[in-house]
Design a protein around this ligand. Structure first.
Ligand SMILES: NC(=O)c1ccc[n+]([C@@H]2O[C@H](COP(=O)([O-])OP(=O)(O)OC[C@H]3O[C@@H](n4cnc5c(N)ncnc54)[C@H](O)[C@@H]3O)[C@@H](O)[C@H]2O)c1
Length: 312
């Protein structure tokens, strides 16, 4: 049996996800969008790359959720992206409506799927999808930490002029300006980062990682990042479909872990065929815990605003 992945939203992130899934031959892909013609056109264009690239998967573009039935994994990228001067949180109410509608369709047609949320504000959109789908929490996961960590790793590698493959890092917390790059647990081939870089440099890299999304938005002016975000989402898809159980920082629904209750926050998890198979609770120092709690409080504020506006 071939795997089936639906990507909702055939915009920049969604189409890039479809391309990366096809390139890796992970699954047949169904690309869905609200706008007529866009998923059909991009889907066909992607399919026609197959003979040259050497991939052999089906790629279908559609506006009809019937075609998504029985997907193994669904990546939700539908919604508005930020423009310069906007924060991710400015997208809250508009994207709530989008993610709610999409999730209703997906839950109906693919009741056993694992959902990977990409739409911002990420942690609040995960919460929305969990509420609407009523799926178990293990099957509703957010992509943010893999991207934030990739950005942090990139900046560390650039600073030290070493291969990025030697850099491992950890970013916890919500996907916003309060995210928590944990310097103490980041290293270069096991050498603690704190031995390689002085505090001022580390602070500068942490700050750049935190604002990594805004840096791209500022350059692009008309949208937000999509190459690295799609790479990050597809690493999660791959770990699930191949049951790799990779340990990746993802937005997970916490119910007491890290002292956080009923909120999506980025933490290290093992991703396998069942979705989130384990949440790793890392012992944090007091200042790291404080930063994580502050980040969770920012997510909580968005959920409170959503509850107030929607009555959920
Ligand atoms: N989690 C992350 O780290 C991360 C990273 C990058 C982007 N994002 C978010 O991902 C989302 C998509 O970004 P993008 O750059 O691809 O935007 P985009 O504008 O290029 O694409 C969004 C697509 O969603 C479609 N869409 C809108 N409403 C829909 C609906 N109800 N049903 C189906 N499709 C619908 C639009 O027609 C459009 O094609 C944004 O919210 C962005 O902020 C998150």
């Amino acid at each position: 049996m071939r795997n089936k992945v639906t990507v909702v939203g055939a915009g920049n992130v969604g189409a890039s996800c479809a391309l990366r899934i096809a390139n890796k031959e992970l699954a047949d892909v169904v690309l869905v969008d609200l706008v007529e013609g866009i998923p059909q056109g991009k889907g066909l264009d992607l399919l026609e790359s197959g003979p040259v690239e050497g991939y052999d998967v089906q790629i279908t573009g559609t506006n009809d959720y019937a075609a998504t039935a029985n997907s193994d994994v669904v990546v939700i990228t539908a919604g508005l992206a930020r423009k310069p001067g906007m924060s991710r949180d400015d997208l809250l109410f508009a994207n709530y409506d989008v993610v709610k509608g999409v999730t209703q369709q997906i839950a109906h047609h693919s009741p056993n799927a694992i959902l990977i949320l990409v739409t911002n504000p990420l942690d609040a959109m995960c919460w929305t999808a969990l509420q609407v789908s009523k799926f178990p929490k293990q099957r509703v996961i957010g992509m943010a930490g893999v991207l934030d960590t990739a950005r942090f790793r990139t900046f560390i590698a650039q600073e030290l002029n070493v291969s990025v493959s030697s850099v491992s890092a950890l970013v916890l917390g919500g996907h916003g300006d309060t995210m928590v790059p944990v310097v103490r647990l980041s290293s270069v081939s096991g050498i603690p980062l704190t031995e390689l870089l002085d505090e001022a440099t580390l602070d500068r890299l942490v700050d750049r990682a935190r604002k990594g999304g805004a840096e791209i938005v500022k350059h692009l002016k008309t949208g937000s990042a999509y190459y690295a975000p799609s790479s990050a989402a597809v690493e999660m898809v791959e770990s699930i479909l191949k049951d790799q159980k990779k340990v990746l920082p993802c937005a997970a629904y916490l119910q007491g872990e890290y002292g956080i209750h009923d909120l999506y926050v980025g933490v290290p998890v093992a991703l396998g065929a069942n979705g989130i198979e384990r949440i790793f609770e890392v012992k944090l120092l007091p200042d790291e815990t404080a930063a994580l709690i502050k980040s969770a409080a920012a997510v909580q504020e968005l959920i409170a605003a959503l509850r107030q506006k929607t009555g959920v």
